[in-house]
Design a protein around this ligand. Sequence first.
Ligand SMILES: Cc1ncc(COP(=O)(O)O)c(C=O)c1O
Length: 355
Amino acid sequence: MKKHNFYAGPSILSEYTIKNTADAVINFAGTGLSLMEISHRSKEFTAVIEEAQALVKELLEIPDGYSVLFLGGGASLQFCMVPYNLLNKKAAYLETGTWAVNAIKEARLFGEVDVVASSKEANFSYIPKGYTVPDDVDYFHFTSNNTIYGTEMRFDPDVKVPLVADMSSDIFSRPIDVSKYDVIYAGAQKNLAPAGVTIVIVKESALGHVERAIPTMLDYRTHVKKGSMFNTPPCLPIYAALQTLKYYKELGGIKEMERRDLEKAAILYDAIDSSKMFVGTAAHEDRSIMNVCFVMKEEYKDLESAFIEFAGTKGIVGIKGHRSVGGFRASIYNAMPKSSVEVLIEAMKEFEKNH
Ligand SMILES: Cc1ncc(COP(=O)(O)O)c(C=O)c1O
């Protein structure tokens, strides 16, 4: 049976990415060796990482003066690397979910943290508005897409200080004005590659202004200087990332990805809004186009596990909501075909008719 993969991460990757990576695991670039057993300094792999860096720059229209890094350690390591490298005295953070909470906790190890607003009191079901970011902070950090709660900031905030964003779950789903940012980081395991690599876009002139000593591996300058080759990079995820980037380019680039993502999200939210059984959990104006969170209305609540089971009979996997929200979460990242979203909508309609 065809599977429809709605997992939040690691999550669906394009067939193009999986097939080409599988081929390279057997025989990489005609070398007769597996991608997993060849030197990262071979000319074949050097070409891969350089092309991947160039494609990120091209697709996101990154201006001069920025480096694209491929690092290990997950997005969670960036919660610490960002303040290590950028926080001198004070930074502003927006608290919009679990990942923002984790980022704030790390930043507090390095200096003063001004949490400018939080939606914690409403279980992070909306994005705070009307907050003020002080002019005297080193940067303003936000999570562009809150994977667990299904809220998203699909814009680059207008503030007087440099931006830093965790874009782990929505990078490559909209054009970004990179010039407003000191750092953009994203774990790969949503819109890019298998887990194991984190993409970091860093403004070179923002580095070198903190007074503390930075351990070599945690210093962005190390990786900028060595083109992410200071130590052995995660070769296989980087190769897979290159396939995904090529695939995005072939399809028409980021604007085309956004068009598709908006379309998929619109039909699913329409189905939720017109249902008598299901209801969305995120504030309408802040709804994510990557993670669609919904629950059953109070009178149907005890049918939630039955629906997950029913969906399973249609090949639908990964729709159980995160434990802190409950209900369902349909993650519909770039690689998710519209046809799979339609299968989910049909399953919702059929289940509703039968109950
Ligand atoms: C928005 C966001 N930030 C950070 C993380 C943590 O990423 P990692 O597991 O790569 O450290 C996740 C993981 O799901 C996420 O969704």
